[in-house]
Write a protein that binds this ligand. Structure first.
Ligand SMILES: [Zn+2]
Length: 456
């Protein structure tokens, strides 16, 4: 992460309107990967309509039990694909109990990533209800973090990551790949606590029973990488609220910080307000209604969520800018995750190179994998991806590129965007063949000219 620098590009502030459920569902299906032929079976991407989950933590026995009901629709005839990085104890489909062994795990061929498949043939267009029960344990995903069991206290952070596969909602609850958006509701209980806890989330949180039972509700615009949740003992944190006026909008800031983080709450509120104003001016109005949730800690790991972040202070600007590029305008597959890191580094972290510092041609770089089941953002996205935008800026001019990317945001924020959407948008606006050539070499990693058919 690097410290953000100020930018000042004035563009029109556009009012953003939410999608209807029907519009949303059809654009989700449009972005689904093709059926997956693996281990002699054909897996079909599904469209999740809603997930209702429940988790009960027992702090005396240091155990947690989870349940989840997943309503979904098949996009074609075949066996449904989804993921869950927990060991399923009980399973039923449409009320009929099934052997959990019917949920198999398959390698997708991309960086060791696996995906789950229910070995049950279902018809295209039909809707179904899967019910899961399982003990909630440390997720079986690369570099996942365990539940933090204290003496009568609980530390639990969803702790999503785009740099390892299987590190979104599927760590804790059944979920889909990121092309799909769905309503998610969760019932959370903590039994046996000896300290109060703070529930910090970008969902709506209702306390049902004081310090014991909460209901969390996340909107249908969220995909598996959108949801932020931190459960933390009260004595470890300080929390306060403020309001910031951005244009004609009043945004409520919910800021919580670990007591070990040296920055003051006041400073976090001030810096967050400044970033929201700056990016609302340079890209588009804050695209997450009237709320922004910030959790600050020490150390290097920081993560973006829809209208929220868990972050170190050094990465605050970077993570907040992702609420525009990344979790406002969302990549529709992990192969499109490169642009949210690359553009954020270039735009918000001061990653712009002056034309004289841009190296000559160099080797092709593949930041967007051709495997539609890839589930990891390439680490090169930060450095080589921002260099790609410097090359584009050299071709188009910095101000023109920033104006076009703000327009791109406004055109696609409601549906999400792919790498090819971006390439074709920038080409259509500029009619500059070099735009497509830069994508060809530095994003798709191909030699030769894009104009030459054999290289496409
Ligand atoms: Zn980032």
């Amino acid at each position: 992460m690097s410290i953000a620098v100020a930018t000042s590009l004035c563009t029109l502030i556009v009012c953003l309107s939410p999608l209807s459920a029907a519009q949303q569902s059809s654009s989700d299906k449009d972005h689904a990967p093709p059926p997956l032929e693996v281990d002699g079976v054909i897996g079909i991407p599904i469209d999740i309509l809603s997930i209702q989950a429940e988790v009960v933590f027992d702090l005396e026995t240091r155990t947690a039990m989870a349940k989840a009901d997943v309503r979904f629709e098949m996009t074609a005839d075949g066996m449904p694909l989804f993921d869950l990085r927990q060991k399923i104890a009980k399973l039923s489909c449409n009320g009929v109990e099934l052997d959990p062994e019917l949920v198999s795990s398959h390698k997708t061929g991309a960086g060791g990533a696996r995906i789950r498949l229910l070995q049950k043939e279902l018809a295209a267009g039909t809707q179904h209800l899967l019910h899961f029960e399982y003990p909630l344990l440390k997720p079986n995903s690369p570099r996942a973090q365990d539940i933090g069991w204290g003496d009568g206290t609980l530390d639990w952070d969803f702790f999503f990551s785009d740099l390892n596969w299987g590190r979104y909602m599927e760590m804790w609850f059944p979920a889909n790949l990121i092309y799909d958006r769905f309503k998610f509701d969760m019932d959370l209980k903590i039994n046996g606590a000896t300290d109060d806890h703070q529930i910090v989330s970008n969902g709506d949180v209702t306390e049902v029973e004081k310090q014991k039972h909460w209901q969390l509700s996340f909107p249908a615009t969220f995909a598996a990488f959108s949801h932020m949740l931190v459960v933390v003992p009260d004595h470890k944190v300080t929390r306060s609220a403020s309001k910031v006026k951005v244009g004609d909008r009043t945004i409520h800031l919910d800021v919580c910080k670990l007591n070990t983080a040296k920055t003051s709450l006041q400073d976090i509120h001030k810096q967050t307000a400044d970033y929201l104003k700056e990016f609302s001016k340079s890209t588009a109005m804050w695209p997450h209604g009237d709320r922004c949730t910030v959790f600050v800690w020490t150390g290097g790991r920081s993560m973006e969520y829809d209208g929220a972040t868990t972050t170190s202070m050094g990465a605050l600007g970077h993570e907040l800018f992702h609420s525009w590029f990344g979790r406002g305008l969302k990549p529709v597959s992990q192969n499109d995750g490169w642009w949210d890191e690359a553009w954020t580094v270039w735009f918000a972290d001061g990653g712009r190179k002056s034309p004289k510092d841009i190296p000559a041609k160099g080797s092709p770089v593949e930041l967007s994998s051709p495997n539609p089941y890839n589930r990891t953002t390439n680490m090169l996205a930060y450095q080589m991806g921002s260099l790609f935008y410097s090359r584009l800026a050299k071709e188009l001019g910095e101000k023109e590129l920033m104006k076009l990317m703000a327009e791109f945001f406004n055109k696609y924020y409601a549906t999400g965007a792919s790498t090819e959407d971006m390439a074709q948008f920038l080409y259509a606006k500029t009619q500059n063949d070099q735009v497509l050539q830069l994508f060809h070499r530095y994003i798709y990693g191909k030699e030769g000219s894009v104009m030459d058919k054999k290289n496409r």
